[in-house]
Design a protein around this ligand. Structure first.
Ligand SMILES: [Zn+2]
Length: 227
């Protein structure tokens, strides 16, 4: 069947078009530029099995992107269709405190690759990426504290490295738990059944937070003192 027979072109603001769009929860933001918008609606593609794609255009002058709002039929709900996702998916980047970027660019890179995987719903593998990012963060921080031990730190298992080279009790406590949960992501049997990816990310975030605090504290302590 020609694809045209599955497409309904919109944009004339006819009564039929407006009534048709009424059945869809319409997007009120652009997935590309993330701004709040009233999109223009170009066409509906009736795909198959109640899957439908609404082609929208972002009116923002700097963006002007086209994107699809993808719908699935939901017979039990009041609205006829539910908004499932957008394509293209605009991926968010996780931002960290300023001190972390020069400390461990590898951590930032790996964490954000894992975050992309998570946004693509690759839930089963992104945890391994977060675990790897954590290893770079801890080891780079250990290297900053003890640069003379570079070879030891590089070769040492992460948990040992944390015990031996990280002295701050808060960083140690949070990072240790992050390692436990991170290891769960790589092992066949989970040890911490009541914890999940969200907890792992929270613990990494707390580790990052306490590391950035130590940098801030030493910056002001070095810059400001009375003789
Ligand atoms: Zn936009």
């Amino acid at each position: 069947m020609a694809i045209d027979s599955h497409i309904r072109y919109l944009g004339n603001d006819t009564f039929e078009d407006i009534a048709l769009l009424d059945a869809y929860p319409l997007p009120d933001f652009c997935p590309v530029c993330k701004k709040s918008i009233n999109p223009e609606f170009i066409l509906i593609y009736f795909k198959f099995n109640g899957h439908q794609e609404l082609l929208c255009s972002c009116p923002d002058n700097k963006c002007k992107s086209l994107f699809f709002a993808v719908y699935k039929e939901c017979p039990s709900e009041t609205s006829e269709y539910s908004l499932d996702h957008f394509t293209p998916l605009s991926r968010e980047e996780k931002l960290f405190p300023d001190e972390i970027y020069p400390l461990s660019p590898d951590f930032i890179e790996i964490y954000n690759q894992a975050y992309v995987a998570e946004q693509e719903k690759l839930n089963l593998i992104c945890g391994v990426g977060y675990r790897k990012a954590l290893e770079y963060l801890i080891k780079d921080f250990a290297l900053k504290q003890s640069p003379e031990d570079i070879e030891k730190i590089k070769r040492m298992p992460l948990q040992q490295c944390l015990k031996k080279f990280i002295t701050d009790p808060k960083i140690k406590a949070m990072a240790e738990r992050a390692i436990w949960l991170g290891n769960d992501e790589t092992h066949y049997v989970r040890k911490w059944k009541s914890k999940d990816l969200k907890d792992l990310k929270n613990l990494i975030e707390l580790t990052v937070y306490f590391i950035s605090i130590t940098f801030k504290v030493s910056k002001y302590s070095e810059e400001m003192f009375l003789d």
